[in-house]
Design a protein around this ligand. Structure first.
Ligand SMILES: [Ca+2]
Length: 333
């Protein structure tokens, strides 16, 4: 449950924060950055269509008069109040375990539509125009393979009506599970240089530090096609910070940019820090020296070995091109 909601949160993050457009979505997203990739499409994200139904466990079998309800709470939630959108009606599902309450309140009802009925129900030999004008619920069940519970009295779906299932909570509600599975996108182990599994890269370009960290992960994922980038023309002062999680001896940084020729800093300053507060400059170069140092798209920055946890690399000049780093590696010598 928690993992599912975390996945939805990341989808939301990708759609609104990273790609900034809910109306122009991709079929694929890069796992670490959330950026669009693969086939473009105008579709909205299909998985999100069913989030509410999944949370409430709601669906309706109109011909058989059966409503499926099985609310699920995330580990941090104590109650649920969600809209329910089904083919013949809308409503609100209220589930409050502490008050032993489970109700469905009908807010809007739709008449039978022959074409829609046929498309939805596919009953052998059934005629859509024979679909009932009024929906009557005679039984309820948890979704899945639960045995249906026959209602003491049929429930007619009409606006304002309340189906009270409180006495059936024990059979319908899905118990909370606390065995949370954590998943992270980690840097691969086959990268060159010092192990980068605990590293993060942030920058001073993105207001949202979480977003900066996700973009920064592209410089640590072992993929030469994915990159940390300014996303706009390089400006003096643009900087990224590598956090290695713990101080260690470093004598060389390698910024691999082979797939993005020209996206180099225009002169740079490299500062090192043990605690993220006190910084000392360990390397500097002019724009001319920077360009001259690039070999095959790879910029190597060597310096007197320093014991540090953080390295901040700042571009001292500007350029119309972006600054990109496909992969950052560090070496002890
Ligand atoms: Ca990469």
């Amino acid at each position: 449950m928690d993992d599912g909601l975390e996945t939805i949160r990341r989808l939301y993050f990708s759609i609104w924060e990273e790609n900034n457009s809910p109306w122009d979505q991709s079929l694929c997203y890069d796992a670490s950055s959330g950026r669009k990739g693969g086939l473009p499409t105008y579709m909205t994200c299909p998985t999100t269509w069913f989030v509410l139904n999944a949370l409430g466990g709601t669906s309706i079998d109109v011909p058989n008069g059966r409503l499926y309800v099985s609310p699920r709470l995330a580990s941090a939630q104590t109650e649920m109040h969600i809209p329910v959108y089904l083919s013949r009606f809308w409503g609100t599902l209220d589930y409050v375990p502490a008050k032993n309450k489970l109700t469905l309140t009908i807010s809007k009802v739709f008449g039978a539509n022959a074409e829609l009925q046929n498309a939805l129900y596919h009953l052998p030999g059934a005629k859509g125009d024979s679909a009932p004008e009024t929906v009557t619920i005679r039984s309820v069940a948890a979704n899945g393979d639960a045995q249906p519970i026959t209602l003491a009295a049929p429930f007619t779906v009409k606006e304002g009506a309340v189906l009270d299932l409180s006495s059936q909570i024990g059979r319908l509600a899905i118990p909370k599970r606390t065995d949370i599975v954590n998943f992270e996108v980690r840097a691969p182990l086959n990268r060159p240089g010092l192990p980068a599994t605990k590293w993060t890269v942030t920058d001073n370009l993105h207001d949202n530090p979480q977003l900066a960290s996700i973009i920064g992960q592209d410089a640590l994922d072992g993929n030469p096609e994915s990159r940390w980038t300014t996303g706009r023309g390089l400006q003096a002062g643009d900087a990224f910070t590598l956090d290695m999680g713990a101080a260690q001896k470093v004598a060389r940084l390698v910024l691999d940019d082979a797939k993005f020729p020209g996206d180099f800093p225009q002169g740079y300053k490299v500062e090192a820090s043990k605690d993220g507060n006190a910084w000392s400059t360990v390397a500097e170069a002019t724009p001319e020296a920077t360009v001259a140092a690039v070999k095959g798209g790879v910029l190597t920055i060597g310096f007197t070995p320093v014991e540090a946890r953080f390295f901040r690399v700042t571009s001292t000049g500007e350029h119309s091109l972006w600054w990109s780093v496909a992969e950052i590696a560090a070496y002890a010598q």
